[in-house]
Design a binder for this molecule. Structure first.
Ligand code: ZN
Length: 480
């Protein structure tokens, strides 16, 4: 029976996170390659639900799933100059086939633009081929030199959903960016996760993009985690890869492109933000097991209680719930509660001798740990309501928590103080110049997340650095 040595999520977040990954059998990061881990059966099921959610959201909005090779030729990787410059230091190279050196090296894709776009050149001929919206889910590789952290900073990102869209005009890409933002909002809403949407500063945009929009979340330790990115690529890549289409009038134009990605960091956020000192807390729609039935066994009545528990579990399975019954004889009820709490099963049902007499079961919610009795007759409908309630309340609680971690500040001293404490996100007035932006990052010792893309607010004030009139709010944080 695994135990949680450090149960304080907020105080020792890093340790807590590593513990729950192994304790709840989600991911084993003791694989002998730095920054790589093994998805365990329970974690893999969570991952499958998350992937399915992403698939559904893309399939229903006109995206088509494809699967590209993991290897990219060096020639193609180097085609877009700014792109390769940024990734070059992090690329894993394949240099040999057997014992012979390869004539052209292959890179393990750090992201897939340079794998996908040479093929788009073959597929896109005329305006009738546009728009084209493709996505794939697979691994990408980065030779991270910073300290790796399971799920959060890894060398093999095992669950990378990337979408790549091609359009006839810049105007259409703007529309696509809005659609992508909405898809990601829907995704994180379904995960009951809160988020901040910011337009990244120029120096932090995706290499080769006109601009980048990011989704960030505040983690329990006060640092922010980038959990989704959306980029308008303009024509930078289509020019590098010579992807042209024939217009209605018969002329030839370069296509306009966007791309956007979400990785397993979303799962990391899911586990961390809803979790507590007892383990993870899963959103019912993503939970491998939604309800666990635990017969409370005493010396007498054992067979009756087991029979009743089986009956209840079977009925719930037939009603469409994902149910498990824990009949292990070598564990006390307390040990079983610990076990399932750690794994974040949204609802636990306890059935003991008294409940049998009263024709009831005890419902315990994982998120609140509150208990209440429920008549067996109305159990199915009660549980549907409860699961719905859990989803809504997890979302409300997470949003409320995140909002409490955002501070408006008017001075550099205040900003530094909050960042030193890792208090969360600070918002301050900035003139928008790169120079002041860099100075802000240096003086406050934090990263500039960017200008809010999720709130429309006109402010009147002065840039906290240069004192010039400014109307922009900017977000800053200690970022992962
Ligand atoms: Zn300024």
């Amino acid at each position: 029976m695994p135990t949680l040595e450090t149960r304080k999520r907020d105080k020792h977040f890093g340790q807590w996170f590593r513990q729950i990954l192994i304790g709840a059998e989600i991911l084993d990061y003791r694989y002998p390659i730095k920054g790589s881990g093994v998805w365990l059966p329970y974690g893999h099921k969570i991952r499958r639900h998350v992937i399915q959610l992403l698939r559904d959201l893309h399939d229903t909005t006109g995206h088509y799933e494809v699967q590209f090779p993991i290897m990219v030729t060096e020639t193609n990787l180097r085609k877009e100059a700014t792109h390769v410059k940024d990734f070059e230091n992090e690329v894993f190279w394949i240099t040999h086939g057997g014992l012979k050196p390869l004539k052209i090296k292959y890179a393990l894709r750090p992201t897939s633009e340079t794998a996908i776009y040479p093929m788009l050149k073959l597929w896109i001929r005329s305006h009738a081929d546009l728009p084209k919206k493709l996505y794939q889910i697979g691994s990408v590789f980065r030779c991270e030199t910073k300290t790796t952290r399971p799920i959060i900073r890894v060398r093999e990102v095992t669950t990378f959903k990337e979408a790549h869209t091609s359009h006839a005009t810049l105007h259409e890409t703007e529309g696509q960016i809005q659609e992508a933002i909405q898809i990601y909002r829907n995704f994180f809403d379904s995960c009951s996760l809160p988020y901040l949407i910011s337009r990244r500063p120029n120096w932090d945009k995706f290499p080769g993009a006109l601009y980048s929009i990011s989704f960030d979340v505040i983690m329990p330790d006060g640092r922010t985690l980038q959990i989704g990115t959306i980029h308008n690529l303009g024509q930078n890549f289509s020019k590098a890869f010579d992807i042209q289409y024939e217009t209605l009038k018969g002329s030839h134009e370069y296509i306009w492109q966007t791309c956007y990605g979400i990785s397993e960091r979303g799962i990391g956020a899911l586990l961390s933000i809803h979790g507590d000192d007892n383990g993870i807390v899963l959103v019912p729609s993503l939970a491998p097991i939604q309800i666990v039935v635990i017969p409370i066994l005493h010396k007498e009545d054992q067979s009756q209680i087991i029979e009743e528990s089986d009956r209840v579990a079977e009925k719930l399975v037939n009603s469409g719930f994902r149910v498990e019954i824990d009949k292990r004889e070598d564990l006390t009820p307390g040990a079983k509660f610990f076990y399932w709490d750690l794994r974040g099963v949204p609802i636990r049902l306890e059935i003991g001798p008294k409940d049998l007499q009263k024709d009831q079961v005890i419902i315990v919610r994982r998120d609140t740990l509150k208990k209440e009795a429920c008549k067996t007759k109305t159990l199915s409908s009660q549980l549907s309501k409860k699961l719905e309630q859990i989803t809504i309340e997890l979302r409300e609680k997470a949003w409320k928590w995140m909002k409490s971690k955002i501070y408006r500040v008017n001075s550099l001293e205040e900003a530094s103080k909050l960042m030193k404490k890792r208090a969360g996100v600070i918002e301050l007035i900035w003139c928008g110049s790169d120079k002041c932006g860099h100075e802000l990052e240096m003086r406050i010792n934090a990263s500039l997340l960017g200008i809010p893309a999720d709130i429309k607010e006109m402010v009147k004030g002065k840039c906290i650095i240069c004192n010039r009139k400014a109307a922009k709010i900017v977000r800053m944080a200690i970022a992962y």
